[in-house]
Design a protein around this ligand. Structure first.
Ligand code: PLP
Ligand code: COI
Length: 337
């Protein structure tokens, strides 16, 4: 393996040794296969190519000081992929199969797990696609489940340094009763134009409002939204945001630290009163936000140039558990042996 500059690897695709594949045919899942190819041989009429029968997941493995590799909350990712399958009528990957494939993908690429203290981790990308040929709009009878991995740094290059978000009411990532709560490719295709506009303005991401009324905060392009006000952790309750496993973890940790936790509708005007704001997700971990610009109203909200005290505590606690430096009191990690 090439010698990687672990501290500066960034968040991007990188080839590793092996990926794991499993086919669903005739109503059942076959055995796990280990492949060293980065390519798939797909039927040109596969439903994933035409009708968006595609769901993915994102989770991470971390190298501990003790040399143990821990995967964070993989059963929750398995359940979320099952929910995505239900949402777009794909075969469900059973939790046990999902976890076995994730474990095997990590084991087969152990040399790519970044060293403890580098700030990097192994990003795990499970993928489920409809592979059967259909030309009418209907679900495939055949599926491929894959897991591949790669070492990554933080999603937002600033890491734990505050960045900026932009509100652009002209764009939606998901419809009110649509697929926003599922991790399906179509949501990300729908976010590309607005995301490009945000990046051109040097913003890290778009902060989406609810698509029905544009009154409430939904989430960021690739991460959930949270805020801190008067010792309270506040995060939007919405049918069209992805149920973030990082956010669920932060809500628990916030409660453990004595913060009040509110999951409720968050009116956009409330941005004015927040003391700390952050984006959270597997890839982003916590990205503190220093400024939100509402382009339509030409209005800005400022939150300070350094990460706030609660965001810092939450970040340290979460990463402490993930890297095995802190006791895993909630049983969130699985050691891969
Ligand atoms: N929201 C969206 C749209 C995402 O793509 C992600 C990334 O997975 C998240 C939120 C954060 O979810 P999680 O914490 O489970 O990674
Ligand atoms: C993640 O945080 O795992 C994501 O999937 C976000 C992004 C890379 C789509």
């Amino acid at each position: 393996m090439e010698n990687l500059d672990w501290k500066n690897i960034g968040f991007g695709y990188r080839k590793t040794n092996f990926n794991i594949r499993c086919w669903y045919k005739n109503g059942e899942w076959g055995p796990l296969e280990v492949s060293d190819s980065e390519y798939l041989n797909l039927h040109m009429a596969a439903t994933c190519l035409h009708y968006g029968q595609e769901a993915f997941e994102g989770l991470k493995a971390f190298m501990g000081k003790d040399g143990k590799v821990r995967v964070f909350r993989m059963e929750d990712n398995a359940r979320r992929m099952q929910s995505s399958s239900e949402g777009i009528l794909m075969a469900e990957v059973p939790t046990e199969l999902f976890c076995e494939a994730v474990g095997l993908a990590v084991k087969k690429n152990m040399e790519f797990v970044p060293p403890h203290g580098s700030g990097a981790s192994l990003y795990i990308r499970p993928l489920l696609i409809g592979t059967g040929p259909e030309i009418g709009v209907k679900p495939s009878g055949e599926y491929l489940f894959m897991v591949f991995v790669m070492p990554v740094g933080p999603y937002f290059p600033e890491g734990f340094k505050p960045t900026e978000l932009v509100i652009l009411r002209k764009y939606d990532r998901a419809a009110p009763q649509g697929t926003g709560k599922y991790k399906v490719g179509g949501n990300y295709a729908a976010s590309l134009v607005a995301g490009k506009k945000a990046k051109a303005g040097h913003y890290s991401a778009v902060l989406y409002l609810d698509s029905r009324e544009k009154k409430y905060i939904d989430e960021c392009g690739p991460a959930n939204f949270f805020a801190i006000k008067d010792d309270t952790y506040i995060t939007p309750l919405s049918d069209s945001v992805l149920p973030s496993i990082t956010n669920m973890s932060l809500m628990q940790l916030a409660e453990d630290m004595g913060l009040k936790v509110e999951r409720r509708k968050v009116p956009v005007e409330e941005l004015e009163s927040f003391q700390e704001v952050g984006a959270c997700g597997t890839a982003a971990v916590i990205s503190p936000i220093k400024r939100i610009y509402d382009e339509d109203l030409d209005k800005e909200y400022l939150y300070g140039f350094d990460p706030g005290p609660w965001s810092t505590k939450l970040y340290q606690k979460l990463q402490g558990i993930q890297y095995g430096d802190e006791p895993d009191t909630h049983g969130w990690t699985t050691v891969i042996e």
